[in-house]
Design a protein around this ligand. Sequence first.
Ligand code: ATP
Length: 306
Amino acid sequence: MEKKALEMQQVYKSYKKIDILQNINLSIPKGAICGLIGENGAGKSTIMKLIAGTSYVSSGNIYINSKDVTQGNHEERRNMGCLIEHPTIYKDMTAWENLEIQRVMKGIPGKECIDEVLKAVDLQSSANQKAGKYSLGMKQRLGIAIAMLGEPEFLILDEPMNGLDPEKIHFIREFLLKRNKEYHTTILISSHILEELGHMATMYCFIHKGHILESITKKELDERCRQHIDIRVNNVQQVCAILENKLKISEINVTDNGKIQLFEMMETPEIISRCIVENGFDLYELAVRQETLENYYMSLLLSAGD
Ligand code: ATP
């Protein structure tokens, strides 16, 4: 059976009687990279804080490695590295000293891990500079380095690519992917740059106003986003029958809002339109489409309404 790194069951969170999260059910298998997607204020950081144990649920349960940590079992969180909202950085200390203090606090043996994470975020040459003098992007990279100390089994990264230039984004992404591949590190990562998440995630969790709209694997998403033909007609059922019988199309889907989707004959849409019209139906729209992660998210938001 697939092992779970994280399981959230019917989690609710409220601050001063205001509901922030409602009925959150999220399951992340070990070794997965879960992209957490949601608008500003959706509740992404709150979910991450509950998992990291810096905030507590109002009700529901959280399991890490199948152990119930709802009541603050920090032992299971020792193998976790987190960057949530702003990195905790002592401005009067150098980057190296910041990492050393975190290493000692986390009880990680050996100082070698410091050079390793500094290299991972490309900060070796400024390791002895005071962190207070760092640029925004450098502080962010130091925050990522702190999260990565001690090769954690589970990384929680809230907008880690914030303020980084494209080259650094690429560099850090490759490192995270390497960690995931070599050490089977589970990663929960949020970003507003959906394309960025698309390069990494093996599953996605879409959150909107404190609710999970959908949790879906990359494979399922790719399947839903694959190239297809969208058709709008005056009689959905009869047109589907005509397409099946006359054109021998078997892969037909009808969406909740009455759109026909075909996954065949992508190269010859004119044959489809002719068939529909010649059989006496009204054709309102026919378009070859390939959804992107962004389109998919936008249509989820649209169907969620408000
Ligand atoms: P962003 O993309 O802007 O970082 P987010 O999805 O991470 O947003 P959260 O930071 O989790 O959103 O906030 C979710 C909601 O909870 C927001 O409405 C926020 O105002 C509220 N909230 C967060 N922390 C607190 C707190 N300590 N007290 C009261 N409300 C809070």
